[in-house]
Write a protein that binds this ligand. Structure first.
Ligand code: PDD
Length: 304
């Protein structure tokens, strides 16, 4: 299998991501003791730069990680990384940009005082294209039966940490049943989110999504829909707890994330949803992309 070229930048050193640079004593590697963010470009401009940066600071504060770089320093490092990517890879499409920050390295042991200083890794690659089948007929999701979303009193899903093991185990379960992605319930049996996306539904002109209290990542794509896009698509926003028994009442379902923006869901287990042209999900997707392109025009400072 040939891997696509991924450009890395480890603490300021540019290199092919296939080449190792992170120490075996790095706490991100040993314990998932770190945080991350994923941005994408629209028209070559990083979308929602500030919102992701704010969420990164929030994740850092929750874990007691003091980030030694400000947003301008990291933005410049991202721009260097993108330049290096373009020098290697011919692709001119939109980019996937990932920033991973670990607490650092030190003697083996959980005590966070053993960490020396924060390290960063930036990864830049082509934005993965949504496959046509998933766009037309929607992703096939399955509710995890053996594992639940972390409750907010544990590793709060609102913190975007480098520890995704809970989600990995749930995704494995859905894949075993030949579904594309997993839907997690919380400990109360209410719907939360998918492995790397938020979840929402359509019913009679309403856009219905689990509230943050269900235990979810406070997604930036989701926040944009709540802040005004839903209204532009003639949908009323309803944030409320949803139980699996209600799924059959919904007309449409969708995933929301930076890399997917709005992606239709074709089914959750044996409940089917409408997909395709003319659906509210499709209209919302088009409204999202148009808003993101307007953002790009208004924010030339985030051009990469
Ligand atoms: N994932 N929920 C989870 C668990 C996520 O990991 C993500 C993002 C989201 C959507 O958040 P946003 O709209 O801010 O991207 C929800 C990123 C894209 C990833 O891991 O690739």
């Amino acid at each position: 299998m040939t891997l696509e070229y991924v450009q890395a930048n480890t603490d300021g050193v540019l290199h092919d991501a296939a080449v190792a640079t992170v120490s075996p004593l790095n706490r991100g590697f040993l314990y998932g003791d770190g945080i991350y963010e994923v941005w994408r470009t629209y028209s070559g401009v990083i979308f929602a730069w500030e919102e992701h940066w704010e969420r990164l600071l929030h994740s850092a504060a929750a874990l007691g990680i003091e980030i030694p770089w400000n947003a301008d320093v990291i933005l410049k490092e991202i721009q260097r990384t993108v330049q290096a990517y373009r020098d290697h890879a011919a692709g001119k499409g939109e980019l996937y940009i990932r920033l991973q920050i670990s607490r650092g390295e030190g003697e083996i042991g959980l005590d966070s005082e053993l960490a020396d200083r924060c390290r960063f890794v930036i990864l830049v690659k082509q934005l993965p294209a949504l496959n046509e089948r998933n766009l037309e007929v929607g992703a096939r999701l399955s509710i995890a039966q053996r594992i639940r979303r972390n409750p907010i009193q544990c590793l709060d899903p609102a913190w975007k940490t480098g520890n995704y093991l809970n989600n990995i185990v749930g995704l494995r379960e859905a894949k075993e049943r030949r579904f594309d992605d997993v839907v997690f319930l919380n400990l109360r049996g209410e719907l939360t989110e998918a492995s790397t996306s938020n979840l929402a539904f359509i019913k009679s002109g309403k856009w219905i999504t689990p509230p943050t209290a269900a235990g979810i990542l406070h997604g930036i794509t989701r926040a944009h829909v709540i802040a005004g896009l839903a209204e532009r698509a003639d949908l009323a926003v309803e944030e409320r707890m949803i139980r699996p028994e209600e799924l059959a009442d919904f007309d449409e379902a969708m995933l929301l994330s930076t890399t997917k923006d709005v992606q239709p869901v074709g089914c959750i287990d044996d409940v089917d949803f409408q997909t395709g042209p003319g659906t509210a999900t499709r209209i919302l997707k088009e409204a999202f992309v148009s808003m993101a392109r307007d953002y790009a025009t208004a924010h030339p400072q985030f051009q990469v």
